[in-house]
Design a protein around this ligand. Structure first.
Ligand code: UN1
Length: 503
């Protein structure tokens, strides 16, 4: 427990507006606390509409120069950011573990994902290609080029406090947009480190701004602001719908990355030990607080009992604790409100008639009593239509559902309102390819769990996981740019497309 005392003092975290660190106009602050220990880590600017407006105005004013700044040079700046981030990886990972609880090895992975995304998007400085196409007319040239959209609002969650901000900020900046970044109230200190790195790398004032808030005061102001052109949001489906409806009247471009109810399907021919490794990692890594977490295990009945027994003996051994200690397998959940929600799902599962095999309670042992811990929880005898098999829990809870065939497994997998990530364990190549065609999902893993997305493939999901956009890879370049079609007629005479065809 002493490890978290390595944070010597309470950090004063201001907003970053037009290249300056400034307190909230109101002078008010809110607290950032360690969810494992309750320790106070930071006092953070509690922003409101005036702060949000100042940030948007700064981003608007900076846009005209930034969009004209050569993209390869924007890329050089991002390379510098990636290098600083890499040099500071360990320090930021430790801060992340303290601020949001995930174990240190996973926090390092989160920072690494941010580094990867920054290098990837830095390279886009020399790509972000458009295209040319032949004209149907004589002496006419045509091409499609990309334009930045304008001022971006990047609204991010706490579960990947470095990776997810980079998914939004890096593609937005490399394509010439300017950004107002609103980090989650639970992780403003990690967000601040990212912004400090941009400052150190020499980003011009106003290109990236940050406003922190708790509750929704600044966030709501961003949703209503007429000077924001494009929104990128990751969070709950409920808030995502709110973002979409609030901005619809202004016809804004909105990317939503929302919930998941991801399943691991285990067939009767699967390597069960491999499947158990994948399930434990995907269900309880980040304490189950990933959009991609495996919160359903769909098991072929021929191996269901053996798989469940193996799972129970592995899950029983998971050690809860402060993520800074290397004996810890599972850290706390983010806050008491989330823990309450997770515990409520345990109650719901029992009431629905599911069988609670493990966990389902709040540990009270010494060392865990000051944090928001929840025991890894496993239900079996779960029917696909139960609420615990349909709704996103976002915690260390997973459920086993029995099926008789791959077809039935896929039907169960597809029978939820989300479609982010899915996984199939089988040794049969025909089953693997059948699943690749039939599983309705944004991400599919064969013989790996539901987590582990890399930055150069599109990230996102079908159905109510989002609104059709994808993050990462080239998909992010598409989202943060508008196509401009340019026609150059060098014939010296009027040529009417679709009409003067017989010249
Ligand atoms: C999320 O859960 O919100 O594939 C993001 C993964 C990570 C990203 C998860 N690379 O689980």
């Amino acid at each position: 427990m002493t490890a978290s005392l390595s944070q010597p003092q309470v950090i004063e975290a201001h907003n970053y507006i037009n290249g300056q660190w400034v307190p909230a106009r109101s002078g008010e602050t809110f607290e950032s606390r360690n969810p494992a220990t309750g320790e106070l880590l930071g006092l953070v600017a509690k922003s409101g509409p005036a702060d949000a407006d100042a940030a948007v105005q700064a981003a608007r004013a900076a846009f005209d120069n930034w969009r004209k700044y050569p993209a390869p040079r924007r890329g050089e700046l991002l390379f510098k950011v990636a290098q600083i981030l890499a040099a500071r990886k360990e320090e930021i990972a430790r801060l992340m573990t303290q601020e949001m609880g995930k174990v240190l090895t996973e926090a390092r992975g989160d920072v690494q994902e941010g580094i990867d995304m920054t290098y990837y998007m830095a390279g886009e400085g020399r790509r972000q290609h458009g295209f040319t196409a032949p004209s149907e007319m004589f002496d006419k040239f045509q091409m499609a080029v990309r334009d930045p959209v304008g001022v971006v609002a990047a609204i991010t969650p706490w579960n990947f406090p470095m990776a997810i901000p980079t998914w939004k900020i890096m593609p937005a900046l490399i394509t010439g947009n300017t950004v107002v970044f609103k980090p989650a109230p639970d992780t403003p200190l990690v967000a601040r480190e990212l912004v400090k790195i941009f400052e150190e790398a020499g980003l011009p004032a106003g290109v990236l701004n940050m406003v922190c808030d708790t509750g929704r005061a600044a966030g709501e102001a961003l949703l209503q602001h007429p000077e924001i052109d494009i929104y990128s949001f990751t969070g709950s489906t409920e808030t995502g719908k709110h973002v979409l409806t609030e901005t619809a009247g202004r016809l804004k471009k909105v990317s939503l990355e929302l919930g998941g109810k991801n399943a691991i399907m285990v067939m009767d021919d699967a390597n069960l030990d491999l499947a158990v490794d994948g399930i434990v990692w995907s269900a309880f890594g980040t304490t189950g607080q990933r959009c991609t977490a495996a919160s359903r295990i769909i098991a072929h009945r021929a191996i269901e009992k053996e798989l469940t027994d193996k799972l129970v003996s592995r899950i029983e051994k998971l050690r809860l604790g402060d993520g800074l200690q290397d004996t810890t397998d599972v850290g706390p959940v983010i806050n008491s409100k989330q823990r309450h929600r997770i515990h409520e799902y345990t109650r719901i599962g029992k009431a629905e008639g599911a069988n609670l095999l493990l966990g389902g309670d709040i540990p009270t042992e010494d060392g865990l009593d000051k944090g928001h811990f929840y025991r890894p929880t496993l239900f079996n005898k779960v029917r696909p239509d139960m609420r615990i098999a349909q709704e996103e829990i976002f915690g260390p809870t997973t459920v086993v559902i029995g099926v008789d065939s791959l077809e039935e497994a896929i039907k169960v997998n597809n029978g939820v309102k989300y479609g982010l990530s899915a996984s199939l364990y089988t040794q049969d190549v025909n089953r693997a390819f059948f699943a690749m065609r039939e599983v309705a999902t944004g991400i599919l893993y064969i013989n790996a769990g539901t987590i582990g997305a890399e930055v150069h493939l599109p990230f996102g999901g079908t159905r109510q996981t989002g609104n059709g956009h994808r993050e990462a890879a080239g998909a992010a370049i598409d989202f943060f740019t508008e196509w401009k079609a340019v026609y150059v007629d060098f014939s010296g005479k009027l040529q009417r497309a679709q009409i003067d065809m017989d010249m």
